[in-house]
Unconditional design. Sequence first.
Length: 252
Amino acid sequence: MTKPIKINNTLLGSGIPKIAVSITGKDKLQIISQVNQIMKLAPDVVEWRIDYLSCIPNYEYLHSILSKIRQLTKSIPLICTFRSIAEGGNYHLSEQQYLKLLSKLSQDNSLDILDIEINHDTKLISKVIQQLHANQKLALGSLHDFRITPDNDFILNKIANMQAVSADIFKLAFMPTNSQDVLRLMTITRNIADSYDEPIITMSMGALGKTSRISGNTSGSVLTFGSLSQHNESAPGQICVKNLKNILKTIQ
Ligand SMILES: O=C1C[C@@](O)(C(=O)O)C[C@@H](O)[C@@H]1O
């Protein structure tokens, strides 16, 4: 059964599913302007999608952006994500480069949660998670497929892998090819939420999957990603935050 996790002043896994908004700016200026707009919407969680940068800078500059975001978002839990092309993101890094970046981020005090794609080398991921925990930060194990929704055995196997490497939160985002896929992901989410302590976040993407983004109170998904506007989605099917807030309150 999901055990809520306290991150700063936010309790993830208790009450209405929390709303996260992603920063998708291409450079520091765009990022600052987006964060200012995002803050007006009072989200529960903010995610910085590093892979939206127009080029990946050296770590010092990356850190300067991250600490600026932290300063502006104050105590709102901050997730840092580098999404690889293989999982629907914007860059390809070699295995070594990806883990080097994550290793640096795991020691950075400006973030609260680090997104870690579970499909990378298990030993290296475990090391990054150990570093994160030593730095009192949380690991968000993630898996994305922008083409299909994998079968249940595959999904459960990946969740077991996330637990084996000590991820604190699990996240699954899949593309449905029919309505059954959306219902199946919601049902498997319910089963995972009932049998694991770690909070789980899932969504079916695209127009077909929108129901999954508003039904966390039924499926057990503890957080949903909303968009700043229709032009600022970080994944297909996101609902804009203003609407999302109203819907979640109405169906609570
Ligand atoms: O993993 C996720 C979920 C997401 O892909 C979505 O479908 O809302 C959006 C991403 O920014 C985030 O990292």
